[in-house]
Design a protein. Structure first.
Length: 97
């Protein structure tokens, strides 16, 4: 199961291989902040508290926007982090603004 926490809503959804955390949040009507959905604005930034190993590796957009310190601390871009394996994932939208 995937637990997604937005600004005011928290929902648990079924994992869908190949779907981004942002896409899953939007499909579940979680109030996840985003603007571009391409990895350029970083508004969909989130902290993955559990299950980071069940998500795709950080890509170039994430390295450019977040950098090694945030990535090592568990931050990801919700629009870029996709589910690659089923399991327990917990992510909380932590936008900069």
């Amino acid at each position: 199961m995937i637990t997604l926490t937005g600004r005011t809503l928290k929902k648990t959804v079924e994992p869908q291989i190949g779907q981004s955390l942002l896409a899953l949040a939007l499909a579940a009507s979680v109030d996840w902040q985003y603007n571009c959905s391409r990895g350029t604005c970083a508004r969909c930034r989130c902290i993955v508290a559990e299950g980071a190993d069940l998500l795709s590796e950080a890509n170039d957009a994430e390295w450019d926007r977040l950098g090694p310190d945030e990535l090592n601390a568990g931050y990801r871009l919700g629009c870029q982090a996709t589910v690659i394996e089923e399991g327990e994932i917990q992510a909380v939208n932590k936008t900069y603004f």
